[in-house]
Design a protein around this ligand. Structure first.
Ligand SMILES: [Zn+2]
Length: 256
């Protein structure tokens, strides 16, 4: 095994474990439960998972997506989140040299996966993730691209655009169309990735949201109102913006 292969495999294994933790965050954080204890249990029978029931992806496949004790189905969300985290970790480690930028990218991916899942399931974007995310994103940008100036402009721009859209929507429709969670989330994305990525993220998220929203209306033919979790689309847009990021490509070219 070449050192590079070993490095990638290690990144993938690390990603699987972090993905396993993100599953816990997505399930427990919105319920206000502790992330550390108790150990993972079956939601149906309360069976406390042993370490060999809890190996990312492998255990789920080995047990064919069922609880060892009661046989109730275990959501496919678990292995999927673990696999996606692992794949993204490998991709990022592949294109990013070790250092502050790598730490920043890996952390942002974890936050985006958690917010993606939580917003999809619970339609909330917890402050306990987005607000520290803004601070940490800015702090890391002091040492890594996009640089603190771009990051500050990004945080302010990201927050201001969505705040303005939310304000206009409220004036026109007299109801809240966009939560403050989305405002804080885009500010956080700006803090990590800079102001250009804020624009790319917003365009991609709106585009994806519009396509999914219109297809849902076309399929269901019901009322016109669907509460699409915009944070879910912001997470997808930010991931795309991150991988299309110029500094990253430049670093990549210089690294290999
Ligand atoms: Zn069970």
């Amino acid at each position: 095994m070449t050192p590079l292969t070993f490095y990638m495999v290690a990144a993938g294994m690390f990603g699987l474990c972090i993905g396993s933790f993100l599953n816990v965050v997505i399930y427990r954080l919105p319920l206000g439960q502790s992330l550390a204890s108790p150990p993972s249990r079956c939601r149906n029978c309360g069976y406390s998972l042993h370490w060999f029931d809890n190996i990312p992806v492998f255990s789920w496949v080995f047990l064919r997506g069922r609880c060892r004790m009661c046989g109730v189905g275990v959501s496919w969300q678990y292995p999927v989140v673990e696999l996606i985290t692992a794949i993204l970790f490998v991709l990022i480690v592949w294109v990013t040299p070790p250092g502050a930028l790598l730490a920043s990218r890996l952390l942002l991916v974890c936050i985006l996966i958690a917010l993606f899942g939580i917003d999809l399931e619970h339609q909330i974007l917890p402050n306990i993730i987005t607000l520290p995310g803004i601070v940490i994103g800015l702090a890391l940008s002091v040492f890594a691209p996009p640089g603190i100036k771009d990051a500050l402009i990004g945080a302010v721009l990201g927050g201001a655009i969505l705040y303005a859209i939310a304000g206009v929507y409220y004036l026109v429709r007299r109801e809240e169309g966009m939560g403050m969670g989305d405002v804080k989330m885009l500010a956080m994305i700006g803090a990590f990735l800079g102001w250009k990525a804020v624009i790319v993220t917003l365009v991609l998220a709106s585009f994806a949201g519009a396509i999914v929203g219109l297809s849902m209306i076309a399929v269901q033919r019901g009322g016109m109102k669907y509460a699409l979790p915009f944070g879910t689309f912001l997470a997808l847009g930010a991931l795309a913006a991150m991988f299309a990021d110029k500094p990253l490509i430049a670093w990549y070219a210089g690294f290999f």
